[in-house]
Ligand binder design. Structure first.
Ligand SMILES: Nc1nc2c(ncn2[C@@H]2O[C@H](COP(=O)(O)OP(=O)(O)OP(=O)(O)O)[C@@H](O)[C@H]2O)c(=O)[nH]1
Ligand SMILES: [Zn+2]
Length: 361
């Protein structure tokens, strides 16, 4: 595996010139263990590396600390006791998928660095919501990555409806490419693979249940290509507790799939869920009591609006479901953590199997 296979390019190389003089080695971060990082170097070996003090202290915000997807400069053998190498510098991010932390306007939370193409998955049916897609587009375009929208589950809807949804998204944002896909008949996989060339890093975001996992499973198949098994050689890093977040795919290209990416929809959805009831909030603000339950309460503006037809009863019922929907989003988060944990155990198992095979030889 060459550096180019991992996403290295001329711009990174130019920036790395000084580091090269110091004898440092370029590496891409593939997992964040909190106290250490997993990094891949030329050839595909994985190392467990620690963060150099000067990089840590130079970081003015959390967002400036190395993240999964970042390119870093490693000083090899600097830490004899525990890790193979120490991160001495982080190269400038060419793209950065991030969210603003809730509440604080300026604090940035980095989800993944150096993603080349971000796919947002939706469908022409239940999930389709232009306001929600606007929020996704905002996140994607802020990242600097190429933005592609996938209208998935095409097999479930008439072609007309799929085309109509595609046209609506193109009208919403002409910079976003739109592709109609299906994870079931695999037309979706071909569309994604078109973008997934060697050295290209992708990520999939989108609401719960739109088919992200199905598309990813089609891409990675049963098991993905392990970039290296240094653990079998050095025995180091076997206490790794988090899953690999950057996967190198057998067919070339890489996929970043981590809890942050799995959560993008939760804040996007929560925001758009709330926003879609802005008119309701305006009416409820007229209620006589602040804690009005909008039932039999006296002076309820909502009930008044329902009875004179300004507000539909369906919409009212949907509003009452809002809290439930937001709670459901939270539950999803738990489910994803379990999924990541399961993938991690599978990875460890595969590694130990490889290790024992080597021992036998
Ligand atoms: N008919 C049809 N069903 C699909 C397609 N893609 C996914 N599904 C189904 O939709 C359901 C949800 O798919 P997932 O891949 O789990 O969706 P997800 O986006 O990963 O959902 P979360 O894990 O909750 O974020 C599953 O039952 C899939 O089998 C598709 O293209 N066509
Ligand atoms: Zn009320």
């Amino acid at each position: 595996m060459t550096l180019e296979d991992l996403g290295w390019n001329d711009r990174f190389a130019a920036e790395f010139a000084d580091c090269l003089q110091k004898g440092w080695v370029p590496a891409r971060l593939i997992r964040d263990n909190k106290i250490s990082y997993g990094a891949v170097i030329e050839g595909g070996d994985e190392l467990e590396v620690s963060l150099g003090g000067s990089v840590y202290h130079a970081a003015e915000t959390d967002a400036a600390l190395p993240s999964v997807g970042d390119w870093v400069a490693l000083e090899m053998g600097a830490d004899e006791n525990e890790y193979d190498a120490v991160i001495r510098a982080r190269l400038e991010r060419q793209t950065c998928l991030s969210r603003k932390a809730p509440g604080k306007g300026t604090e940035e939370q980095v989800i993944a660095a150096n993603v080349d193409v971000v796919f947002v998955v939706t469908d022409a049916g239940q999930d389709f919501n232009e306001r929600r897609m606007e929020r996704y587009f905002e996140v994607m375009q802020r990242s600097g990555a190429r933005s592609v929208a996938l209208i998935n589950k095409a097999d479930l809807h008439p072609d007309e409806l799929n085309q109509k949804a595609a046209a609506a998204l193109r009208a919403l944002n002409p910079d976003v490419e739109v592709v109609i896909t299906s994870a079931v008949d695999r037309s979706g996989v071909a569309a994604i693979e078109h973008y997934l060339q060697a050295g290209v890093t992708i990520a999939l975001i989108g609401s719960s249940g739109v088919g992200k996992s199905s598309l990813i499973n089609q891409l990675i198949g049963q098991d993905w290509l392990w970039t290296g098994d240094v653990n079998a050689v050095t025995g180091k890093g076997t206490h790794t507790t988090t899953a690999r977040e950057l996967l190198c795919l057998q067919r070339g290209g890489m996929l970043i799939d981590n809890p942050g990416i799995r959560e993008v929809h939760m804040w996007t959805d929560a925001k758009s869920l709330k926003a879609s009831f802005a008119d309701f909030d305006a009416i409820a603000a007229q209620c006589k009591f602040n804690d009005c339950k909008h039932g039999a309460d006296k002076g309820c503006a909502v009930q008044a609006a329902i009875s004179d037809g300004r507000l539909s009863r369906d919409r009212f019922i949907n509003y009452l479901k809002l809290d439930y929907e937001l709670e459901r989003l939270k539950q999803r988060k738990k489910k994803h953590q379990i999924t990541i944990g399961r993938r991690n155990r599978r990875e460890l198992k595969s590694k130990s199997e490889k290790y024992s095979k080597k021992k036998e030889l």
